[in-house]
Design a protein around this ligand. Structure first.
Ligand SMILES: C[S@@+](CC[C@H](N)C(=O)[O-])C[C@H]1O[C@@H](n2cnc3c(N)ncnc32)[C@H](O)[C@@H]1O
Length: 387
């Protein structure tokens, strides 16, 4: 069950975030649970600003539903019982007390809650994750005060993925503050990344705003800190906009070691961006109707919101350039199976679309495939490319 927009009035950005999480966690858990037990770790679980009656508009409520669904599906297919666990950390005592209400609703899932600061319970969380289980870690803090190095034992769990959702505007604001305490906490978030030097020497590229350029530096710094500390080869971001402005509200960062994870992330990202356009268009229509006092039947068309289309076009253009850079000149070559995860990790393109793009580039002579089966529309991983 996707989250219900009715619970998100005035915080539509959280709806987009939760739609993405629901879609992603369902795909991920379903895939993983065929082979492994799953542990969901929510480092900043809330509840926070929830309006549903059963926590269905909270990250942990959404994750627990996905865990239950995967467990039932696999058991129904005769694949045996998987153990599903949720480790929920919440610092605020009142929110933590409310968190207890979820436990009797999910007797089929082992739930442990921690009334603590997330970083301080990392050793307990690590001890609670079986060595061969798959761990999905969600970090969705309000601020930015996370000591990334202290998370290393958790992020390095061999079978794991991480989603880190941060409020871009807040970190961007903090990064412009001279306060030594704020600067030190940002250094703890992005250790050894030269984020400050790079921000101070920022170059704004043609077509970019200054905020875009700052975002490029901050997101890539957080990405590289997670990549290094957790040993993740693929770290990607999807933007979630303010409901009524063309500016980033959240940056949702995703880290994985699996090429399948990269593929699924880009599929979920496209769906989330389309959902976001719809929500923003509906909101603008509703505001206009309220202002004029009439229902505007044509508003969804008139208020067309096409961020997803524009963003995708930009991403595809950048991906094309990156493909040309990554494919070596003849007689050298690269296997498509090596190329596509690298391109998808950097650029917001779905795998099916990338397959068609390289087929188009083959047709125009920009790329040469040394192997291409008859009647094939898109390449196999083993096909070699050269220029
Ligand atoms: C943005 S809210 C989380 C929302 C939730 N992930 C969702 O989507 O439904 C952040 C939560 O983290 C809690 N929190 C703040 N600092 C914390 C810390 N150091 N450790 C654990 N929880 C913390 C806050 O009380 C708040 O409930």
């Amino acid at each position: 069950m996707p989250p219900d927009i009715a619970h998100y009035e005035g915080r539509e950005q959280a709806y987009v975030k939760h739609r993405f999480l629901a879609h992603y966690i369902e795909s991920l858990v379903f895939k993983i649970a065929s082979r492994r037990d799953v542990v969901y770790v929510d480092g900043f679980s809330g509840p926070w600003e929830d309006r549903g009656e059963r926590f269905e508009d909270t990250s942990f409520g959404i994750a627990l539903q996905a865990l239950r669904k995967a467990k039932e599906t696999w058991a129904g297919m005769g694949r045996g019982q998987r153990t599903m666990t949720a480790l929920l950390v919440e610092k605020n005592a009142d929110a933590h007390a409310r968190l207890q209400e979820i436990i009797p609703r999910y007797p089929d899932i082992r739930i442990r809650t921690f009334n603590a600061d997330f970083v301080s319970v990392v050793p307990d969380l690590v001890a609670a994750i079986p060595a061969d289980a798959f761990a999905f870690v969600l970090m969705d803090p309000k601020g930015w005060k996370i000591d990334m190095e202290a998370l290393a034992p958790l992020l390095r769990h061999p079978n794991s993925e991480v989603v880190f959702n941060f409020m871009f505007t807040m970190i961007n604001w903090a990064a412009s503050m001279p306060s030594p305490a704020i600067q030190a906490s940002l250094e703890a978030l992005m250790p050894s990344t030269d984020w400050k030097v790079r921000l101070d020497a920022i170059r704004v590229f043609p077509g970019e705003t200054k905020a875009d350029a700052r975002k490029r530096v901050l997101v890539s710094s957080i990405n590289s800190a997670i990549a290094r500390i957790g040993s993740y080869p693929y770290v990607m971001e999807t933007p979630v906009l303010f409901p009524d402005k063309e500016r980033t509200y959240y940056s949702l960062i995703y880290a994985t070691r699996s090429t399948k994870g990269v593929e699924v992330f880009r599929d979920c990202q496209e769906a989330a961006l389309k959902t976001q356009d719809r929500v923003r268009a509906d909101l603008r229509s509703a505001k206009r109707a309220e202002a004029t006092g009439t229902m505007d039947l044509f508003a969804p068309v008139a208020e067309k919101n096409d961020f997803a289309a524009r963003w995708t076009t930009e991403q595809e253009a950048a991906a094309r350039r990156a493909i040309v850079d990554a494919v070596p000149l003849s007689p050298n070559s690269i296997a498509y199976g090596e190329l596509w995860p690298r391109i998808l990790a950097e650029h917001g393109v779905r795998k099916v679309r990338l397959g068609r793009m390289v087929a188009e580039m083959k047709a125009t002579g920009e790329l040469t495939f040394l192997d291409w089966g008859q009647r094939k529309q898109v390449p196999d991983d083993g096909y070699r490319l050269t220029r």
